[in-house]
Every structure is written in structure tokens, then in C-alpha cells.
Design a protein around this ligand. Structure first.
Ligand SMILES: NC(=O)c1ccc[n+]([C@@H]2O[C@H](COP(=O)([O-])OP(=O)(O)OC[C@H]3O[C@@H](n4cnc5c(N)ncnc54)[C@H](O)[C@@H]3O)[C@@H](O)[C@H]2O)c1
Length: 434
């Protein structure tokens, strides 16, 4: 069974199934298709299936040409999970959010498994790519597969291989970002390596699915903790009237032992604010308390309030109250040059300013219309920035510093700028660093 599947993966006659066609799944579909595999994409979102079937993209940095080319090469998107029988590999890229108690919500992974289980067959490999706590693959997926009668390691193969997408970063592609592949026995590892080696330049094997799961969490915890540190340094520097961005730039000239991280208005995105708490939750089972993660979470989640307090003070200096002031928020995506608004601190800040009585607008060319978000409703469209428009606001808040803003135009016309990203260097009249 193993050698037959290895042969199919190596000669590209294997059919690849990607489950969850979002920021992680879609680039994988395109990569497998580009190197010559037939790909079937599974999703529960009909709108995504119909867009992809028409050769359209719903992710800003993925162009429609690559989707069209995949469709021409036979890529099909479907919500019919019985078609899982047709594929040789199932790569799971479904969401792993937190529930309202900030505990792991594995419902998407488990629902996917329930839909797939009756359609699994001998001679397939399954790879979980969703970020999760150590033990998920072995404790949740493995028993569900084995309950179908399949024997993992003999007639079915299971690995965990975390995704390392950095949407909007032009320096790295799915192909060039090294990929970790963890398996709990050698047969699974051999098939897992074959699955990825055809499409990724460097595949790094690790000795267990748990080690691979923890590797991904370490990467994201490393970021969350260091961003927490630099956010705390920002507050200290601000009180001491020192520009933290000048300090970071200076420290970054050290050629060893220092890695620059940049402060901001708070953490955003689907990964860094969420993933660390997957480990926190699992560590409790072992009687352990993840103090660095909790502390970073505490510091990072206080940053939107820090920015708001700076904005309130800055308006106050101009003898204005937030209540009744016109505030223009620049950048509502969670990071620069992308259209992804998940967990964006800009939205939290807009909501808080509105509850304080501010008349809030936003400008973001990546998000032309404020989307539907469960907790936050704004009927707003992105404001086009002109001299008059900018001058008409009491305050302009730089929340996400997209490269396509005209910062000179903004500085020339704004009555007051609150800059939470260190976009403006040095001290300037009417610019408050936050
Ligand atoms: N976005 C990133 O940059 C990134 C990077 C690394 C890891 N990850 C991880 O990858 C996973 C997926 O993230 P994403 O950003 O691609 O999410 P996403 O929300 O963009 O995409 C997930 C897709 O899964 C679909 N889906 C939901 N339930 C399903 C089900 N039962 N069956 C089939 N499809 C289903 C959704 O409709 C959606 O299209 C998460 O675990 C995330 O933490 C994301």
C-alpha cells in the first residue's frame, strides 16, 4: 500500500485533496496544480466554491490568473465530501479558533473529520495543517481514522505538517518556505515527505506529530512574546520621552543576538493572538502554567487602550473632547499591505472610539467596504484621501501603515496625527506617537 502511494506521489499521478480553501488551503491548491497534480478542493462555503469554479480569487494577494490556470488543469472545488474517495491525499486546512472562554475550538477539524471518515479508504494519506496543540493529530484524528477499520501506518498514513504562510510577503512563496513534517511512525513519515517534497523546496522531518504541532506553536509564541516585550518597552519609552522606533532601529544595527520586533496598536490576524493559547490550554492538563504566554497576552491586549488613551490626550491638548470629534482611522486590516481583517486591533479601536462618542470613519484601499463582522457593525466605506478630506478630521489615527498611503499628503493636511506604527520619524508638530 505504502509503495503504491509513494509511486503515485512521486510520478504525480496522485490526486490531491485540499480541505478548507482559505488563506492556507488555496495557495496549496495552486502549488500542487502548478507542478502537475490533479487537485480537488473541499469547502463548506458555497460562495468560495462557485468563485473558484469560475476561476476567480477571493484573496487579494492571490491573482485570478493562477486560479484560472488551475481550473484549466482540472482543479475542481466541491462541497461533496463523498468525493474524498477519489483523492489519494487529504490535506486539512480548516480554522482552529478559540471559543468564548479562549479555549481551543476544534469543532472545524472534528466536523471535517466526521464528514470525511465514511469516505476514507486504504491507500490514502491525511495531513493536518491547521495550527493546534500537541496531541491533536494522535488523540483526535488517529482514533477517528482507526474507527473506520483502517490501520494507520499500514494501509493509511497520517502526518502533521504546519503551514507557514506569510500573506502579502513577496519574498517567500509556498514553494520556498521550508515545511515541517511530523509523523508517529516511519511509514507515515516516508509518505508525508513524498507528499510535500514534490512541491516544497525543503521539507524538514520531525520525529512525531506532537513535535511538529509544538514547533508551529513555538514559532508563533516566540512572536507573541517578543511583540509583547517591545510593546511594553514602547510604554516605558513613551513615559521617558524616548522614541521606541529610534531605539529599535539603533539596536537592530547589532549584527548578532538581537532580532527587531515592532510595537503596534495590538495583535491581529488569525495566528499570533490565538495560537499561543492552544498551548496554554494543553499545558494545564500537565499541571503547568504558561506564564510568558499569559503575560504577553496581557500586555498585547492592553495596547488598543494605550493608543486610545494617547488619542484622548492629544485631542485634549487641542481643547477637544473625543465625544463629537471626527476621527479617521487609517488601515483596518490587521497588518500592512493585506486585506485580512481577522482580529484586527483597528476594529476594536474604532468600536471603542465610537462608544466614546467619536464620529469614526476609515480609509483602507485593501478593504473598500467595512465587511460583516459578528461583534462589530459599521456601515462604512473606505474614505478617499484628499487635502480637504484629511483636513476635515479632528484626528487621523495611523492604525495599520499600508505602503499605499500618501504620508506626505496626510502630514501636510491633518490637524492632528496619532501614529501607532512609528511611520513618522523624529518629533513633528501635530504628530503624537502612540
Ligand atoms: N492565515 C495564515 O496566515 C495562517 C498561517 C499559518 C497557519 N494558519 C492556520 O491554518 C488554518 C486555516 O487558516 P486559514 O487562514 O486558511 O483560515 P480561512 O478561514 O482563511 O480558511 C478556512 C477555510 O475552511 C473552510 N471550512 C470551515 N469548516 C470547514 C469544514 N468543516 N470542511 C471544509 N472546509 C471548512 C472555510 O469555509 C474556509 O474557506 C488555521 O488553523 C490557521 O491557524 C493560518
Amino acid at each position: 500500500m505504502k509503495y503504491k502511494l509513494l509511486a503515485k506521489l512521486n510520478d504525480k499521478s496522485a490526486v490531491i485533496g485540499v480541505v478548507g480553501l482559505g488563506y492556507v488551503g488555496l495557495p496549496l491548491v495552486l502549488r500542487y496544480s502548478a507542478v502537475g497534480y490533479k487537485v480537488v478542493g473541499f469547502d463548506v462555503d458555497q460562495s468560495k466554491i462557485s468563485s473558484l469554479s469560475k476561476g476567480e480569487s477571493y484573496i487579494e494577494h492571490i491573482n485570478a490568473d493562477s486560479v484560472r490556470s488551475a481550473v484549466e488543469k482540472g482543479f475542481e472545488a466541491t462541497s461533496d465530501f463523498t468525493r474524498a474517495k477519489e483523492v489519494d491525499a487529504l490535506i486539512l486546512c480548516v480554522p482552529t479558533p478559540l471559543n468564548k472562554y479562549r479555549e481551543p475550538d476544534l469543532s472545524f477539524v472534528l466536523n471535517t473529520m466526521d464528514a470525511l471518515a465514511p469516505n476514507l479508504r486504504a491507500g490514502q494519506i491525511m495531513s493536518l495543517e491547521s495550527t493546534t496543540y500537541p496531541g491533536t493529530t494522535g488523540e483526535e484524528l488517529l482514533p477517528r481514522i482507526q474507527s473506520t477499520g483502517l490501520i494507520v501506518g499500514e494501509d493509511f498514513f497520517l502526518v502533521y505538517s504546519p503551514e507557514r504562510e506569510d500573506p502579502g510577503n513577496p519574498d517567500f512563496t509556498t514553494q520556498t518556505i521550508p515545511k515541517i513534517c511530523g509523523a508517529d511512525n516511519l511509514s507515515c513519515q516516508d509518505v508525508g515527505m513524498a507528499l510535500y517534497e514534490q512541491v516544497i523546496d525543503e521539507v524538514v522531518p520531525v520525529s512525531s506529530t506532537r513535535a511538529a504541532e509544538m514547533t508551529k506553536l513555538l514559532e508563533n509564541i516566540h512572536r507573541a512574546v517578543n511583540i509583547g516585550l517591545v510593546n511594553e518597552m514602547k510604554i516605558v519609552a513613551d513615559k521617558m520621552d524616548v522614541d521606541i522606533h529610534e531605539v529599535i532601529r539603533a539596536a537592530a544595527t547589532k549584527p548578532f543576538g538581537f532580532v527587531p520586533y515592532y510595537p503596534g496598536p495590538g495583535l491581529g490576524g488569525h495566528c499570533i493572538p490565538i495560537d499561543p493559547f492552544y498551548l496554554t490550554w494543553k499545558a494545564r492538563e500537565f499541571g503547568l502554567h504558561t506564564r510568558f504566554i499569559e503575560l504577553a497576552g496581557e500586555v498585547n491586549s492592553a495596547m488598543p487602550d494605550f493608543v486610545i488613551s494617547k488619542l484622548v490626550w492629544a485631542l485634549n491638548e487641542q481643547e477637544k473632547a473625543v465625544n463629537g470629534s471626527k476621527v479617521l482611522v487609517l488601515g483596518i486590516a490587521y497588518k500592512k499591505n493585506v486585506d485580512d481583517m481577522r482580529e484586527s486591533p483597528s476594529v476594536f479601536i474604532m468600536d471603542k472610539l465610537r462608544s466614546l462618542g467619536a464620529d469614526v470613519s476609515y480609509s483602507d484601499s485593501h478593504v473598500p467596504e467595512f465587511p460583516e463582522i459578528r461583534q462589530y457593525q459599521f456601515e462604512l466605506k473606505s474614505v478617499v484621501l484628499t487635502d480637504e478630506v484629511i483636513a476635515s478630521y479632528d484626528c487621523v489615527l495611523i492604525a495599520t501603515d499600508h505602503d499605499d498611503f500618501n504620508y506626505e499628503l496626510i502630514e501636510k493636511n491633518a490637524q492632528l496625527i496619532v501614529d501607532s506604527r512609528g511611520r513618522y520619524l523624529g518629533k513633528r508638530t501635530n504628530i503624537v506617537k502612540a
